[in-house]
Write a protein that binds this ligand. Structure first.
Ligand SMILES: [Zn+2]
Ligand SMILES: [Zn+2]
Length: 115
């Protein structure tokens, strides 16, 4: 009888220790998983490919790469003004130096921008 009790106590202790161990293991497993998850997240955040730049039509020049001179409307020449009054004399546009347009600053004349 005494022996049986001892055995039972022993078994009881065994069960407790096993359950304790498994609880502990579970906890460790959980922590490990959380660690892995956070690691994965870190890797995803840091290792994600840089957002690929999209080539878009330049909104400033609408893809032409040029900004038409507003003063001469792209003709490169204007009527000479005397005291604010246009005369019949045609001169080279002083605004664009006769080019009639400016190279677009935003896209550098390519007509496309990478955003
Ligand atoms: Zn442009
Ligand atoms: Zn001009």
């Amino acid at each position: 009888m005494k022996r049986t009790t001892k055995l039972l106590v022993f078994l009881f202790l065994m069960i407790i220790s096993i359950s304790c161990t498994s609880e502990k293991e579970k906890e460790e497993q959980k922590n490990a998983n959380e660690f892995n998850n956070s690691m994965e997240q870190t890797i995803k955040e840091n290792g994600k490919p840089l957002k690929e730049l999209e080539t878009k039509i330049c909104s400033t020049c609408r893809g032409t790469g040029k900004i038409i001179c507003k003063k001469c409307n792209g003709t490169g020449s204007v009527r000479k003004e005397v005291l604010g009054t246009p005369t019949d004399e045609i001169i080279t546009c002083p605004n664009c130096d006769g080019y009639g347009f400016f190279v677009c600053d935003k896209c550098g004349g390519t007509g496309t921008v990478k955003e």
